[in-house]
Write a protein that binds this ligand. Structure first.
Ligand SMILES: [Fe+2]
Ligand SMILES: [Fe+2]
Length: 208
């Protein structure tokens, strides 16, 4: 159990963490309808996966609720929240990438999230990173397989893997996303390539 700083305690908090209802109220203002529906889908999926794989369900719920909390902001606002990451030339103009570090900063500042594991799951949910924690993997995967997601090739198999083996699911998810991005003629962020390369080493000694 974590003990929050005294000023964070109040009717909107439980053990120092912002209560789910309070987080949802704020998200309703910050996100559009589709993003909110997606967020709730990620939460339901992440909590199920947390139960399955022995992760803290409350942390999974908060990480999922907050993973896209900055998604509907302007690019300039994201850049202001994630100043360090915005220096990365690939991240600088990409809302798709920058909303993750911006979300982690916003979760800390606005939603008073202090759990570094939760903040880190928000931070890495778009690119992944080598040596991901169990909660980071759960959020990364729940984001891809939540029930409101439009279908994509391999989704059924990925969903099945997500109920059996987190690492096998991560390997497939990373492999498929990298192939997709490359097929679109776009560049893959180095963090994602490094994460995939980690899994390649784990599963087939580095051979593609
Ligand atoms: Fe996201
Ligand atoms: Fe998302």
């Amino acid at each position: 159990m974590r003990y929050g700083s005294p000023e964070t305690f109040g009717k909107d908090y439980c053990f120092g963490y912002m209560k789910r209802e309070k987080i949802l109220k704020k998200l309703e203002k910050a996100l559009d309808k589709d993003r909110l529906r997606h967020t709730l889908g990620v939460e339901a999926t992440a909590v199920q996966m947390a139960i399955l794989f022995g992760e803290d369900t409350k942390a999974a719920s908060r990480a999922a609720l907050l993973h896209d909390c900055a998604k509907c902001m302007k690019l300039s606002e994201m850049q202001g929240l994630a100043k360090e990451e915005a220096k990365d030339p690939m991240m600088h103009d990409s809302k798709a990438l920058l909303h993750a570090p911006a979300g982690a900063a916003l979760a800390r500042e606005e939603y008073k999230e202090e759990d570094e594991g939760v903040l880190s799951a928000i931070r890495w949910h778009t690119t992944g990173r080598p040596g991901m924690t169990r909660l980071e993997k759960i959020i990364y995967l729940a984001d891809m397989i939540e029930p409101n997601r439009r279908t994509f090739p391999g989704l059924d198999e990925l969903r099945m893997l997500c109920s059996q083996d987190l690492d096998a699911a991560m390997y497939k998810a990373l492999n498929d996303s990298v192939s997709y991005v490359l097929s679109q003629g776009k560049t893959v962020h180095p963090d994602t390539l490094n994460t995939l390369s980690d899994y390649k080493n784990k599963y087939n000694g580095g051979a593609v």
